[in-house]
Design a protein around this ligand. Structure first.
Ligand code: QAP
Ligand code: CO
Length: 196
């Protein structure tokens, strides 16, 4: 197509769920950001928004490419315990956004445990311990490079989505106690998958 895509020709993708082998593949870096990548970017955003997601990785829709969509909300004034990180100041006003070839250049030595969920693990939530901030490097779909220190929910979402690009789900990062609590429901999800 010579035109840029509109809402009418963006496609809703099927989100792969727990037990699907596509969730375990390692995605490949994008060499050139072309129209195909920008189309995938719009499809990821549409699919994420339609499912009320905060993030969605290309591997969750069966695409083995290093692309993620994010729709991280700005923190409410009442829940802003600390100042926003430079990454939140730069990226939150741009949401929803797509990051191409996102990479973490450095992790904070400090971790925090917070409840996570995943569109590929519907209805299941558990606390995950992760570094509280990360130094992100990525490109936007128009080719603009971004490099910034990200904290808050943004830092957690970036780590969760980059994990997807490496074939890792949040349930693989749980402590034994948290995993034990959800194990039956996880098994049920993967068995439902086998029958479909
Ligand atoms: C990843 O997660 C994330 O179970 C994005 O029934 C998680 O968008 C980033 C969702 C935690 C930061 C913190 C999950 C929607 C959405 C469900 C999501 C569900 C419906 C999860
Ligand atoms: Co997820």
């Amino acid at each position: 197509m010579l035109c840029s895509r509109t809402k009418e020709n963006t496609a809703l993708k099927k989100i792969r769920t727990y037990g699907d082998a596509a969730l375990q593949v390692k995605a490949l870096p994008i060499a050139v950001i072309d129209e195909k990548i920008r189309n995938l970017a719009s499809d990821l955003i549409e699919t994420m928004l339609k499912s009320d997601g905060v993030g969605l990785a290309a591997t969750q829709v069966g695409k083995k490419l290093r692309v993620v969509a994010l729709n991280v909300p700005a923190p409410k004034r009442s829940q802003t315990q600390s100042a926003l990180s430079p990454g939140e100041i730069t990226l939150l006003p741009l949401m929803p956004i797509v990051l191409v070839n996102p990479e973490i250049l450095a992790f904070s030595p400090f971790e925090a445990s917070k409840e996570e969920g995943c569109l590929s693990v519907p209805g299941i939530y558990a606390p995950v311990s992760r570094p509280v901030s990360v130094k992100l490097k990525a490109s936007l779909p128009d080719g603009t490079p971004v490099s910034c220190d990200c904290g808050g929910l943004l830092a957690r979402a970036i780590q969760h989505e980059i994990d997807h690009l490496d074939g890792i789900l949040f349930v693989q990062r749980l402590g034994m106690e948290s995993l034990a609590k959800i194990q039956d429901r996880l098994k049920a999800l993967s068995e439902k998958k086998e029958k479909s």
